[in-house]
Design a protein around this ligand. Structure first.
Ligand SMILES: [Zn+2]
Length: 91
């Protein structure tokens, strides 16, 4: 069994300095959510809620699991970009 780094629980780290991620509880676990201002939305993303594109220049939300999945190098690497309304529809 490989040892897991459980000794130190790292606090949530923001993706960008100056803004902070918020911990949100959903039916499938705890997520960190950070708002992405329109000025930072410089690439199109596919929203996992509706499967449509989050266009460049649209303010949206980024979320990632509080705990990284097994085998994942980092929870932040699992982040997804959501339409704000799609994220708010999640439970
Ligand atoms: Zn969507």
């Amino acid at each position: 069994m490989p040892k897991r780094p459980s000794k130190h629980t790292q606090p949530p780290r923001p993706l960008h300095s100056g803004s902070f991620a918020t911990l949100v509880e959903k039916a499938d676990g705890e997520w960190l959510v950070q708002s992405m201002p329109a000025g930072n939305a410089t690439k199109p993303y596919t929203c996992p809620g509706c499967g449509l594109t989050v266009p460049v220049g649209q303010a949206h939300l980024v979320s990632w699991p509080r705990q990284a999945s097994i085998g994942s190098p980092s929870a932040v690497e699992e982040r997804r970009h959501w339409h704000t309304s799609c994220w708010n529809r999640r439970h």
